[in-house]
Every structure is written in structure tokens, then in C-alpha cells.
Design a protein around this ligand. Structure first.
Ligand code: PLP
Length: 360
């Protein structure tokens, strides 16, 4: 029996993606081996690798100047790889600080190059993302870096900034593929797979080829986007099993109706959950300003930490897991990525109403 899994990441996966892996675990594609045991240079693996890339391209509607890469080291390595590749000597990049992950990206950029803060919502306790007019953008910046969804704070950009001619880079680790959007506007997008795309171990990077041509070529081989682009993410052994699961997940996204269908479901789930919080006469309280509320990570507080502990304990006995807020902020958080069905959110909302009635 499956549990209701609200973990922020690694997170719940579509059942069909897991079932396919189960069915093919011992004997995959007629090889008498699992995908994990097969050469990454075999034609069977190559088909999976390219199918995953092609599905990404198709779902996002990428143009010919954009390519999908599968890298390792998580989103955290991208925090360093992006500035290493794209901030020239004497140059600088702009960062918008909207929470702990954005801060980490900014700090990492300052280790390897120079970065400046072009905007921050720290003054508001990160309860919203800054509006375009609050940004102080440097027209000479190497790029502008944003975090599209702030997994810990529960905020999300519903409209992206428009930095003019400056290339835009986004950490979309916790919301890539939640809805259709114009990915071609971005010079680079990265996302650790373990939130909305698949298991941990692989990072999806969508990058503009013509921008990669301008990258610093004096870096160690594994840190150069150019080499991964040229070798189609097969320069060295890729995380084959993780990519295989990502392929299964992308097949599911497509079969469900693509990103437009994901958006409809995700909005319905988020509306139900925020409606439950806002309709609880103050028992539950979401600290995030309505216009910046995340459709992926919903955060809320109860009247006391004691009640929060009781809530989380009872949730577990109802087979609802992963509802504890990040250790840096406390409270509760439900991560309701693509693979979380509306039935899971309905179960959570009805538990929340019942708990409020008994404890309010
Ligand atoms: C989880 C997360 C990260 C860190 O990802 P790793 O793959 O663990 O390095 C970075 N950014 C955001 C927005 C995240 O949610």
C-alpha cells in the first residue's frame, strides 16, 4: 500500500514510472539485464538517454538553440558551474535573493567569481518574491540568476523578471515542468531531478548553445558545459538508472496530457490546500503573501509548536509523511509536485479540517 508522500525531495514519483522499473528490473529491453547493469555505450541505453532528452525538448517546446543536458552533482554543483563558465574575468553577475537556495547560489558565485545582489525579499522575511520594479539590474551583468520556486519558504515566481538583453539563468529545481512556459527565453535552466522530475543523482540542465560558445574554456573538463553539450551528456558514465527513471516520468507527463494538464491539476491541488488554510478561521496560517504563493510547496503554521507536533504525529498515523517544514523554518509544508494526485491533497485537506475542529 502506497503512503501519501509530501516530502520536499526526494519526493513522490508517478506510480507508472515505478511499476515500469519494477517490471523491467531483472530483464530489461530483452537484454536479460537491468538498465543499471548495462553499458552506457549500448544501443539499448542510448535509446533511453535520447528518449529522455527528446521528451524534455518536446514537453518544453525547445528551439534548435537549446539543448538538454544530464549532469551530476545536483543543483548545488550548478551553483558553482554557472559562474565558473559564464562570469568573465573582471565581470559580475546579478542574483535575486529569495530564500536559502538563492543565497547559497549567490555565495557560491562569490567563491569562484564576483556576484552582486540585484534584489532581495529578505526584508519581508522572504514571504514574497521581489517585483520587477524592485530590482536593481546591472545592464552589464554576465547574467541574472533567479530561483523560480523557493522550496523552503513556499514562494514562487508567477511572472518571471524581464532583464532585457542580459541572459537569464534560473534554478528551477522544485518546479520545472509544473506548467507550460517559454523556456527559450532562458540562457540556462537547471534542476536537481529529485523534486519534480525523478530520483536524485541527475540534474537536468537546459542551456542555450550559442551562450555555451562564449563560456570559459579554461576549466577542468567535467566542469565545462561545452564538453557535455558536445558529448550529449555521455562524456563519462552518466547516472543511467536515474536518467531511465526520468524518462519514465516524462513519458507519464506526456501521457497525462503534457504541461497544460500538469498546470490544471497543480492549480486545483494548490487551491484546495490554500483554501483549507485560509478557511480555517485562523487555525492554520500561511505566512506567504497570496501573489507569491507556491503551487508546489505549501507552507503553514498552527497556533503553537506543540499543536504542530501533534498535527505531524497524527498525520503519520494517517499515512501522510513528509509534512514537517524545513528545519530552518519549522512549521508544516506539503510538497505537492506533479506526481502528487488530487486524491492525496483531498486526503490531507480533510485531515486538516478534522484536526482543526478537534483542536481549535
Ligand atoms: C533542493 C534544491 C536545491 C539543492 O539541490 P541538490 O540537488 O540537493 O543540490 C537547490 N535549489 C532548489 C530550489 C532546491 O529546491
Amino acid at each position: 500500500m502506497r503512503s501519501w508522500n509530501f516530502y520536499a525531495g526526494p519526493a513522490t514519483l508517478p506510480l507508472s514510472a515505478l511499476e515500469r522499473a519494477r517490471d523491467e528490473m531483472i530483464d530489461w529491453a530483452g537484454t536479460g539485464m537491468s538498465v543499471m547493469e548495462t553499458s552506457h555505450r549500448s544501443k539499448e541505453y542510448d535509446a533511453v538517454h535520447h528518449e529522455a532528452m527528446d521528451l524534455f525538448r518536446e514537453l518544453l517546446g525547445l528551439d534548435d538553440d537549446h539543448i538538454v543536458l544530464f549532469l551530476q552533482g545536483g543543483a548545488s554543483l550548478q551553483f558553482a558551474m554557472v559562474p565558473m563558465n559564464f562570469i568573465p574575468k573582471g565581470g559580475s553577475a546579478d542574483y535575486v535573493i529569495t530564500g536559502s537556495w538563492a543565497e547559497k547560489a549567490f555565495k557560491e558565485a562569490n567563491i569562484v567569481a564576483k556576484a552582486r545582489i540585484a534584489g532581495t525579499s529578505e526584508g519581508n522575511g522572504f514571504t514574497r518574491v521581489p517585483a520587477q520594479h524592485e530590482l536593481d539590474l546591472d545592464p552589464g551583468a554576465a547574467y541574472v540568476h533567479i530561483t523560480s520556486n523557493n522550496t523552503i519558504k513556499g514562494t514562487q515566481y508567477h511572472e518571471f523578471p524581464t532583464p532585457g538583453a542580459v541572459p537569464m539563468v534560473a534554478d528551477m529545481s522544485s518546479d520545472l515542468l509544473w506548467r507550460p512556459f517559454d523556456a527559450n527565453r532562458f540562457a540556462l535552466i537547471y534542476a536537481g531531478a529529485q523534486k519534480n522530475l525523478g530520483p536524485s543523482g541527475v540534474t537536468a540542465v537546459i542551456v542555450k548553445r550559442s551562450w555555451v560558445e562564449t563560456a570559459n574554456s579554461g576549466l577542468p573538463t567535467m566542469l565545462r558545459y561545452g564538453i557535455h553539450l558536445k558529448e550529449e551528456s555521455l562524456y563519462n558514465t552518466p547516472p543511467t538508472f536515474s536518467i531511465y527513471i526520468v524518462r519514465n516520468v516524462l513519458q507519464w507527463v506526456k501521457a497525462e496530457g503534457g504541461l497544460a494538464a500538469m498546470e490544471r491539476r497543480n492549480r486545483a491541488k494548490a487551491e484546495l490546500l490554500y483554501g483549507t488554510i485560509d478557511g480555517s478561521s485562523g487555525f492554520y496560517r500561511c505566512p506567504v503573501e497570496p501573489a507569491s504563493r507556491s503551487v508546489m510547496n505549501v507552507v503553514w503554521r498552527l497556533p503553537s509548536e506543540e499543536l504542530e507536533g501533534k498535527f505531524l504525529g497524527e498525520a503519520k498515523t494517517n499515512r501522510m509523511f513528509g509534512l514537517k517544514g524545513h528545519r530552518s523554518v519549522g512549521g508544516c509544508r506539503a510538497s505537492i509536485y506533479n506526481a502528487m494526485g488530487i486524491d492525496g491533497v483531498e486526503a490531507l485537506a480533510s485531515f486538516m479540517k478534522d484536526f482543526a475542529q478537534r483542536n481549535g
